[in-house]
Design a protein around this ligand. Structure first.
Ligand code: HPA
Length: 295
């Protein structure tokens, strides 16, 4: 980061955020009230949108580029269950070498575009021994490991135009949306494959050691991944209502001598397998949110 950017905290000026948002508003007639961020292998959600208008990240002013397989690098506007949405197909991660102000840049754009709610999705390891590959966990809370070491997207001078210096995080994941999602999952027959729990984020890119998995599970984490939390923090800072879920793409290794090891191909494959299930959950959830005036 050049010195001026370091002094600002975010490497972007408010004018740059505005420039990107205004460019998008000038290039689409859609005015999204809901934004959805897709995790690894979960980009199929973008295909659900009607009347889609798609932008490649490389064509959007100031937008970072996605470098990970399974992340398309597209922003897709359209309607889902009658709600105008914006789907981010391909997110940014700390392990790609991006500072967190860059990882979370799109969230402030969603806010400036007028979105009021954010749905975050991720592929995650299942730390809770009761979770199986393909299970879905509604995120009730998170543990921000990089944040505990001082790595936080809100570090640096605060821009009050986005939100307060010290935002609360005790109610980060909206209670009404969580209970609605659990009710929808029940209705769709997800049964014991739907959970509610705590997501823990790490910096990555390596998967966890056995000792780390045991430690995180003892701390109270049910799933572990390398994303989501920075975006949620910035979303809550700027007042977006947040709902999130993890797709369990692998079981975390909690025993020495276990034969399974996490790998990216397995993560993407599990995402592909569970895609229909996730798509149904999200589209019915959005429909119900609309019915209840929550979006
Ligand atoms: N650990 C961290 N990130 C992940 C995992 C995991 O086991 N699976 C998918 N993303």
């Amino acid at each position: 980061m050049e010195p001026a950017a370091a002094a600002r905290g975010s490497g972007y000026t408010y004018e740059q955020y505005k420039e990107t948002a205004d460019w998008l508003l000038a290039h689409t007639h859609h005015r999204p009230s809901l934004a959805i961020i897709c995790g690894s292998g979960l980009g199929g959600l973008a295909d659900l949108l009607k009347d889609p208008v798609t932008f490649n990240y490389k064509d959007i002013p100031n937008f970072p580029q996605s470098t990970v397989a399974g992340h398309a690098g597209q922003l897709v506007f359209g309607t889902l269950a009658g709600v105008t949405c914006l789907v981010m197909n391909g997110r940014f991660h700390m392990y790609e070498g991006y500072p967190l102000w860059k990882v979370t840049f799109p969230v402030r754009i969603f806010c400036l575009l007028g979105a009021k709610s954010l749905i975050v999705t991720n592929a995650a390891g299942g730390l809770n021994p009761g979770y199986q590959v393909g299970d879905i966990m509604v995120i009730r809370d998170h543990i921000n490991m990089p944040g505990m070491a001082g790595v936080n997207p809100l570090t640096g001078p605060n821009d009050e135009r986005f939100g307060p210096r010290f935002p609360a995080m005790s109610d980060a994941y909206d209670e009404e949306l969580r209970s609605l999602a659990l009710a929808v999952g029940k209705e769709l027959g997800f049964g014991a494959s739907l959970h509610e729990g705590t997501y823990c984020t790490l910096g990555g890119p390596n998967y966890e050691t056995v000792a780390e998995c045991r430690f995180l599970h003892k701390l109270g984490a049910d799933t572990v991944g390398m994303s989501t939390v920075p975006e949620v923090i910035v979303a809550r800072h700027c007042g977006l209502r947040v709902f999130g879920f993890s797709l369990v793409t692998n079981k975390s290794v909690l025993e020495y001598g276990a034969r399974e090891r996490a790998n990216h191909a397995e993560v993407l494959e599990a995402g592909r397998h569970a895609a229909r299930k996730l798509e149904r959950l999200v589209s019915v959830l959005v429909e119900r949110m609309k019915g209840k005036g929550l979006v």
